[in-house]
Design a protein around this ligand. Sequence first.
Ligand code: ADP
Ligand code: MG
Length: 553
Amino acid sequence: MWKEMLLQLLIALLPVFLFLVWFDRPDRTRRVSLFLAVFCGMAMLLDMRLSVVLEQGIHFDLRHIPLIIGSLYGGVTVAVFLSVLYAGARLFEVLSPSKMMLLGFFMVIFIPPLIRHSLKFPQYGRIRRYKIALLLFALVFGIYIVVTIMVGYGSAPVRFWNGSGVRLAYWAVFLFGIVTSVYFLELAFERVQLQRELQDISHKYRGEVQRLQQFIDQAPLVVIIFDAEGYVTHVNEETLKLIDPLGLSSKDLLYRHFEDITHLGGIVHNSPIERNLRGEERIVEMIDFGGKTFYTVTCTIKDQGSQLPEGIMFIGHDVTELQQLKDEVGRMERLSLVGQMAASITHEIRNPMAVIRGFVQLLNERSPSEQQSYFHIVLEELDRANGIINDFLSLAQNRIVEKEFSSLHEVMSDLTPLLRADANMRGQMVETSLNQETEPLAINSKEIKQLVLNLARNGMEAMKDKGILRIETVNLEDTVQLRVVDHGVGIPQEKLEHLFEPFYTTKANGTGLGLSLCLSIVERHNAKIEVESVVGAGTTFIVTFCKPGRQCR
Ligand code: ADP
Ligand code: MG
């Protein structure tokens, strides 16, 4: 009897043990239902087949264990499948009407809650799952008692408890089987869940490491990582790019001791790595290497838990350009100081020159007429010097100008008579094509007049007699353009880049200040100036103003 009971238990638990062996990876989750349907079904049939016959012809077996466990853990489809299998197998073996009744009773009372619980079972917590399994056990037990008492299998109902230690043992084994099955299945699922979490974590970790690796390799920084003994363990792309011109490759750095590396960089003593190994945790230094200047940080890599040093990280940022820029700014500052001094000296020269001019004028008026041509030359030269001083001062002072809204058209109308008179004297002509619809711009009219005058004079000077100078204003979507077009000698390519430099001139009595003054005016108006020129055909200067409230490049 006990032997048979043990066999029953082993068969009932067989699906669970097989499951434990089989369900060892998260990718098996999809086939859990199929597995449980097949093995629980088989175990159920086997249990039925090897049913133990107790006294009074009562069959005892543990078929309910695979039925309950398979249904709950396999889901609703498996529950329906096992129920149908159960009923079919029972029908096969059942003959007597009382047993038919028991089956009917069982199907009506037990199967619906089994299917209902199997529906939501996966969403429950562990304790609730135990409770449901125990509840179903209690239901089977209850049905058995009710049926035994009611029908009594043809004997007196009281018999149920009479001398039935075996039956008690049977129910104890049943309970043990249910609890053990749930315990082991939970264990299997928990194990796989843990595996899945571990996989997720390691996946994330790997991603992080890869990202970090990519960052280190792609960052425009020289990164060299040393281990705690000072041997190189990693060098990034930027480092390789840096040493490539020196004929070195990663082989010359990787797994080498830091002293070999610092020797390459020309540092023999007291390298930051050496200092770090001696205990300094963070060293910031400027280092020159391969004609470049690097801002470097050397720091200790520590184990997050124990805080013990695990290695050294050397990071270098190429600041050569920044350094050059800094030097340049310093130079500019000194130059600007010289410029300011020149400006104040020039300013001071203006006063005595005004006095000189006044007296020369006086002398001129009082002198005999044959000497007047000399005075005339002196006066002209004084005026020219004064012009240079004025231009230079406007350039050097670079003051903030007041702007007001007025249209280019108005400015040009004021200026045109002057330009015409100028052109007339040279035997040339000025043609204007002014767009009446140009929007008002925030400009300083005085400065814009100066700008046009400078450009126009240059144009006239570049043309031979009888040339025609064109001045146009063009209304574009976001901008207004001013164009000064001449048909003069043109400007060769190599001279174009020097045009706006102060004191650049190709004329015998030019100052070279006209265009640089134009440039500073243009910059003060947030505009831009461009030159298009064809040698022998002419030149066009284009000044582009941004309309108020528009975005211009
Ligand atoms: P300057 O007129 O006193 O020489 P600018 O700064 O006005 O000084 O001009 C600098 C130089 O640019 C001129 O000497 C000339 O060589 C060249 N240049 C300027 N405008 C023109 C032009 N429209 N056509 C040809 N060359 C020009
Ligand atoms: Mg000029």
